[in-house]
Design a protein around this ligand. Structure first.
Ligand code: GTP
Ligand code: MG
Length: 197
């Protein structure tokens, strides 16, 4: 897919205030600091479109972008950040759950996972919940440039082994790097395919 236009639309905390659900939508979610905003910038080829930060907790709201006037891309706040208070965590869960359960045009949730880390229960549980609710999702492994290809392969194998204990059919997955643009074509082609369904 060629990205000829990528625009920021809105930031808000309520799914019912999100843009008119007239275009197919793809949401990026995952632990704080996993690289959601960076991946969005890499995919769109627009540095600075989504705000990134070295310290976790940068993205706080539901951020909508419109791509090629044809589909929405959504940057969501991260989960699992230890320094966040219980109240903020509950607030996050309420906002995200409402969004995930009510957004009629949501085609697929992209669950981002740091390719350097062993399977974490917070991610596994989040994906189990998506499965229970029948929300389609794929896994996107991030920051692959931070280690050797062999290390990424080994972790991926471990992850898929763990997933196969839970899932009969494994979700689709992609390996990416916002630094080297690894996986860009694969992710964009996947979105294009779903858009055409
Ligand atoms: P929150 O909005 O806080 O939940 O974080 P986020 O998931 O949006 O992460 P963000 O994109 O802000 O990136 C966090 C940090 O990781 C930044 O310092 C990025 O530069 C870095 N980073 C993100 N992706 C990559 C990658 O593929 N490779 C490398 N080397 N660094 C990355
Ligand atoms: Mg972010």
């Amino acid at each position: 897919m060629i990205i000829h236009d990528a625009q920021f639309l809105t930031s808000n905390s309520r799914a019912d205030l999100c843009p008119d659900p007239k275009l197919p939508e793809y949401a990026f979610i995952g632990r704080s600091n996993v690289g959601k905003s960076s991946l969005i910038n890499m995919l769109t080829g627009r540095n600075g479109l989504a705000k990134t930060s070295a310290s976790p907790g940068k993205t706080q709201l539901i951020n909508h972008f419109v791509i090629n006037d044809n589909w929405y891309l959504v940057d969501l706040p991260g989960y699992g950040y230890a320094k966040v208070s219980k109240t903020s965590r509950a607030e996050w869960a309420r906002m995200i759950n409402y969004y995930l359960l009510n957004r009629s045009n949501l085609m697929c949730v992209c669950v981002l996972i740091d390719s350097r880390h062993s399977p974490q229960s917070v991610d596994l549980e989040f994906m189990e919940k998506l499965g229970e609710e029948g929300i389609p999702f794929v896994m996107i492994f991030t920051k692959a440039d931070k280690q050797s290809t062999a290390q990424t392969k080994a972790l991926l194998a471990e992850y898929l082994r763990k997933m196969s204990e839970i899932w009969d059919e494994l979700p689709r997955y992609f390996v990416t790097s916002a630094e080297t643009r690894l996986g860009r074509e694969e992710v964009l082609t996947f979105i294009e395919e779903v858009n055409q369904q």
